[in-house]
Design a protein around this ligand. Structure first.
Ligand SMILES: [Zn+2]
Ligand SMILES: [Zn+2]
Length: 126
């Protein structure tokens, strides 16, 4: 997500936050963009890929929960972040509670894109 209150004329890397852990974009923390400016960082993607793809231990989410990256509720496996990123009055707050979910399709797609991006330095785990 774009940090609330960021100046759209003058955005910096620090204005881009992972929707799953609230970290900012850094050279050692590449990000992949989903719909509506949603972002997943390489660290969260590693955790998601490991749980859902490698271990085949993804979660099933209730019907009202949509994938943060594609905004759809697909049947199948999800990864859910252990931290919730919330925005209140332009302040970003990070709570140790179940946070956003991402679907297997987006995990595989993002992993494919990020591992092909040589500059990202990201590799599929496993
Ligand atoms: Zn993250
Ligand atoms: Zn998705």
């Amino acid at each position: 997500m774009l940090r609330p209150g960021a100046d759209p004329e003058n955005v910096s890397e620090l204005d881009f936050l992972c929707d799953f852990c609230g970290s900012t974009w850094k050279s050692d923390r590449p990000m992949i963009e989903g719909h509506k400016g949603s972002l997943i960082c390489g660290h969260c993607l590693t955790a998601a890929y490991t749980q859902v793809v490698l271990r085949n231990a993804g979660l099933t989410v209730p019907e009202h929960v949509a994938c943060t990256l594609c905004l759809l509720n697909k049947s199948g496996d999800y990864w859910q972040s252990g931290t919730r990123v919330e925005v209140r009055e332009e302040e970003v707050q990070i709570e140790l509670e179940p946070g956003n979910a991402v679907c297997r399709w987006c995990i595989e797609r993002s992993a494919g894109m990020l591992s092909k991006d040589g500059e990202s330095g990201w590799r599929k785990p496993g």
